[in-house]
Write a protein that binds this ligand. Structure first.
Ligand SMILES: Nc1ncnc2c1ncn2[C@@H]1O[C@H](COP(=O)(O)OP(=O)(O)OP(=O)(O)O)[C@@H](O)[C@H]1O
Length: 444
């Protein structure tokens, strides 16, 4: 088997949080928290997730714009192919251990393209010089040769050689992104990391740039790590995709497989958010509510459990799944003191006369998508009791009451990876249950 061009293993980037006059570290933002994947030669791997999932931090740690906290990034390009591990287990191609000289060499072979093409150019430098600058930095002193290389590249990205002497403000956003691609290609790299390269562009221009990236990849035999929050963009350009949530990869696999047979509820939710021209298709769609929690204090167990539509019910409980999600949300909001009963009372009163307690309770149920009765009498009783306490101004006890019974295994156990089809893995407790339920041929 040929070796991957890039191997990332258990990569972490934690930003220390400091406070006080002594600037003591009081915690850490675990922006990237142990991600692993490979990228083969000529392959495009997508990294997808909502804003704040850690995609950009992963990119800058891989390319060593930032020092990772731990983990390994093995880059087998730049003539470093075929290297084997040292007797002490370290790898000679581990970027995280590179010397300054090796890092300079690495930067020839691995380039980055950023989201905003406008801010990545010096307005006072002609685009030809901006593209050719890297050649100069890397020792090409012949000005004519540099110019010939850059003019050729400008043509290959769909501009013209005569654009060499023009300035960034003379170009549109899409054209600037073409120039950024020319600049990334000028040192003939093996790997390009593109961080949301089309999200700042109009949709019509996005398609042109994606198609250009696709063509350049074939022409230059590039490997790509393509970062996007947009699943439809990922589908157009990637061979495989890694889905990232709160610093972790929750699912990885071939694009077609992930789109037709997603396994992780987070992937399902991201896919469900793709706009479709058919209005009926969104019926029954999964709404991803709220935002990604802070990486300074990620949820225990499965990090997605606080937003998951498939969050598991404990043994002995079997209620409507929407009711279950609502109960967990209600429990959390009561525990964080975020339910303002007086405000709810006022809201209900606004639509008529002074509301009764049961009207206020009904409104709270509605806000949390909890049905009129839960089909588990014991749980219904617990909820009613908790609501009574809440309306009696005893939120603390209401929270405790609910917390005793409304619990999920997803908050207790960190899911491990489950393999599905070849090269397709996800990390969700639901799959672990299913895997253990499947008959093991060895038991026969
Ligand atoms: N220098 C920093 N110090 C502390 N926290 C940081 C730092 N940089 C990023 N973070 C946090 O790390 C998390 C991941 O950020 P990151 O920018 O990598 O996410 P992202 O998925 O790329 O999102 P976006 O698309 O919005 O950039 C966020 O919660 C962010 O606030």
């Amino acid at each position: 088997m040929t070796e991957p061009l890039l191997t990332v293993r258990d990569l972490k980037k934690h930003y220390p949080i400091r406070k006080g006059v002594f600037n003591r570290q009081v915690g850490a933002a675990r922006a990237v928290d142990g991600i692993s994947f490979d990228i083969a030669e000529g392959e495009t791997l997508g990294l997808v997730g909502e804003s704040g999932c850690g995609k950009s931090t992963a990119a800058s740690s891989i390319i060593h714009l930032e020092e990772p906290t731990s983990g390994e990034v093995v880059f087998n390009g730049n003539g470093r192919e075929g290297a084997t591990r040292n007797p002490d287990g370290s790898h000679p191609n581990d970027v995280t251990e590179f010397s300054d000289e090796e890092l300079k060499e690495f930067r020839r072979g691995a380039q980055m393209v950023f989201q905003d093409p406008s801010s990545s150019f010096d307005p006072r430098m002609s685009v030809g010089n901006a593209v050719g600058e890297l050649l100069k930095v890397h020792g090409m002193s012949d000005r004519h040769r540099r110019r010939a290389i850059v003019e050729d590249l400008l043509e290959r990205v769909g501009l013209s050689a005569s654009d060499f002497d023009r300035y960034p403000h003379e170009f549109s956003g899409g054209q600037k992104q073409r120039i950024a691609l020319a600049r990334a290609l000028v040192l003939n790299p093996d790997l390009i990391i593109a961080d949301e390269p089309v999200s700042a562009l109009d949709v019509s221009i996005q398609a042109e740039i994606l198609s250009l990236i696709d063509d350049l990849q074939d022409e230059f035999g590039l490997s790509l790590l393509f970062i996007s929050h947009d699943m439809s963009v990922i589908r157009q350009i990637c061979d495989r995709v890694a889905v990232m949530y709160l610093g972790e990869i929750v699912e990885i696999g071939p694009v077609e497989e992930i789109f037709t047979n997603p396994q992780h509820p987070y992937t399902e939710a991201l896919l469900s958010s793709i706009p479709t021209p058919d209005p009926r298709a969104s019926v029954g769609g999964i709404e991803l509510k709220g935002t990604v929690p802070s990486p300074t204090n990620p949820p225990s167990g499965c990090r997605f459990h606080t937003r998951c539509h498939k969050v598991i019910q404990p043994d002995g409980v079997d209620v409507d799944q929407d009711d279950w999600r609502g109960l967990l949300n209600l429990r959390d909001k009561i525990n964080t003191g975020e339910i303002d009963v007086e405000q709810v009372r006022e809201n209900v009163a606004a639509s008529g006369t002074e509301p009764t307690d049961s009207e206020v309770q009904a409104e709270i149920r509605r806000e949390f998508d909890i049905g009129e009765t839960i089909d588990d009498p014991e749980l219904e009783e617990t909820l009613t009791e908790a609501m009574n306490l809440l309306l009696d101004d005893n939120a603390e006890m209401a929270g405790e009451f609910l917390s005793d019974e409304v619990t999920t295994p997803c908050a207790q156990t960190e899911p491990s990876k489950t393999a599905h089809a070849s090269d397709h893995e996800s990390a969700c407790l639901l799959h672990e249950d299913r895997a253990s339920a499947e008959p093991n041929p060895a038991d026969d």
